[in-house]
Design a protein around this ligand. Structure first.
Ligand code: QVZ
Ligand code: ZN
Length: 328
C-alpha cells in the first residue's frame, strides 16, 4: 500500500495514498466567525481550541479503566482492520450476508488488557454509548462538557434534539470505511489522531451505496484500496476533502457527508466522543434543493418502492426498468 507523509503543525503523519484528489478541511478556532458560517452552511470544519469536552481532555486508557466501572462494553474485532458498519436488523432479509466484523461484550478492563497484548491477530474497536453505568468521575466529566456551547450551536443551526454520545476507543490502524449518516455530528477527539476523508453529498454518483435493504445500507460499495472501476466507473471522478483531527479538535461533520475515518499509526489508541443531532424538522422546502436533500429524497423513494414490491429480489429489474432508455 503506497503511503505519503502529511505535516500538520510540525507533526508528521504517514497516511495511505488513495487514487482520488483531496483538498484540506478548513481548521479554524472554534470562536472564529468564519467557522460559525461554515457550520451554518453545512460545510465541514475542524474547530481548534474548543473546550466542548475539556473536562475529558485528560482521559486515557488507564483513567477509563479506573473509572468506567465494570459494565459490559461492545468491542468489534476485524481481521483486516476495517469496520464496515452493518445493520443487524437487516440480516433476516439477506441470508447470505457474512458480517465482516465480530462483536464481543467485555468489561473495559478486559479490553484494556487485550490492548496491551502483543499477539493480537485482529484489530479492535470499542464503541459504546455513554450511559449511567459508568463511574461517578466519568459522569462528572460528562456533566462538565461545554454543553452551553453545544446547545448554542444546536439552536443557532436549528438542529433537532441530540440523540447520543458514543465513546469510541480504537487501536492504531482501525479504519471505518466510507459511509454517510443521517444526523449532524460534532466529533470530539480526545486522544490519538484520526484522518478524516470527506465527500460532499453531491458525490453520491461516485460512491455507489449498497441497496437500502442491505445490511451495509449507507456504506459505499467501493473498496478504496482496490476500486473496481468496471463496476463503479464514476469513482474515477471522485473528489474529497481531508483533515487530521487530533486531541482537543472538534470536527463538524455535516449530515449526508460521506466519510472514511482512519486511526493513524504511531500515536497510540484513539479516544473520541461523538455528539449526534437529529436533522432540523423541514418546515418549508427552499429551492434549489441541497444535494443532501436530494439524497434524502432518493432514499425515501427507494424505501417506498422496496416496501411496495415487498420482494427485494425484484428491486434491481424494477429500478432499472423505471429509468433505462428514458432518462439518458
Ligand atoms: C465503526 C464503529 C466503531 C461502529 C461499529 C458498529 C456500529 C457503529 C459504529 C460506529 C459509529 C461511529 C463511529 C465513529 C466515526 C468513525 C470513526 O471515528 O472511526 C463515524 O463514522 C461517525 O462519527 O459518524 C465508529 C463506529
Ligand atoms: Zn459515521
Amino acid at each position: 500500500m503506497a503511503t505519503e507523509t502529511i505535516k500538520v503543525n510540525s507533526r508528521e503523519f504517514v497516511v495511505k495514498k488513495y487514487s482520488f484528489p483531496t483538498e484540506q478541511i478548513p481548521r479554524l478556532d472554534y470562536q472564529d466567525k468564519k467557522a460559525e458560517k461554515l457550520i451554518e452552511n453545512g460545510q465541514p470544519v475542524i474547530l481548534t481550541g474548543s473546550d466542548l469536552v475539556g473536562s475529558a481532555h485528560h482521559w486515557d486508557i488507564g483513567y477509563l479503566c479506573s473509572n468506567l466501572g465494570s459494565g459490559q462494553y461492545t468491542v468489534y474485532s476485524s481481521a483486516d482492520g476495517k469496520f464496515k458498519y452493518y445493520d443487524d436488523k437487516k440480516l433476516t432479509q439477506n441470508k447470505q450476508f457474512k458480517p465482516p466484523t465480530t462483536q464481543t461484550d467485555m468489561t473495559f478492563q478486559e479490553f484494556a488488557a487485550k490492548l496491551k497484548r502483543k499477539d493480537n491477530k485482529e484489530l479492535m474497536y470499542l464503541q459504546q454509548p455513554l450511559n449511567d453505568t459508568v463511574g461517578t468521575r466519568i459522569v462528572m466529566d460528562f456533566t462538565n462538557f461545554n454543553w452551553g456551547w453545544a446547545n448554542e450551536t444546536q439552536k443557532k443551526n436549528h438542529w433537532g434534539p441530540m440523540t447520543s454520545n458514543l465513546l469510541l476507543v480504537g487501536m492504531e490502524g482501525v479504519i471505518t470505511p466510507a459511509h454517510y449518516d443521517e444526523q449532524e455530528n460534532l466529533f470530539a477527539q480526545i486522544q490519538g489522531y484520526k484522518r478524516f476523508l470527506l465527500f460532499d453529498p453531491s458525490q453520491f454518483e461516485c460512491m455507489y451505496p449498497y441497496p437500502i435493504y442491505h445490511p451495509h445500507d449507507r456504506q459505499s460499495q467501493v473498496d478504496f484500496d482496490n476500486p473496481d472501476l468496471t463496476k463503479f466507473p464514476n469513482f474515477a471522478n471522485v473528489k474529497g476533502y481531508e483533515g487530521i483531527v487530533g486531541p482537543r479538535d472538534v470536527l463538524y461533520l455535516p449530515m449526508y457527508w460521506w466519510h472514511q475515518v482512519e486511526s493513524l499509526h504511531g500515536h497510540g489508541e484513539t479516544i473520541s466522543i461523538t455528539f449526534w443531532y437529529k436533522a432540523a424538522p423541514t418546515v418549508k422546502v427552499v429551492y434549489p434543493l441541497t444535494s443532501g436533500q436530494k439524497v434524502a429524497i432518493m432514499r425515501n423513494i427507494e424505501k417506498m418502492i422496496a416496501e411496495a414490491l415487498n420482494d427485494n429480489e425484484s428491486m434491481p429489474s424494477f429500478m432499472q426498468a423505471m429509468v433505462q432508455g428514458r432518462y439518458t
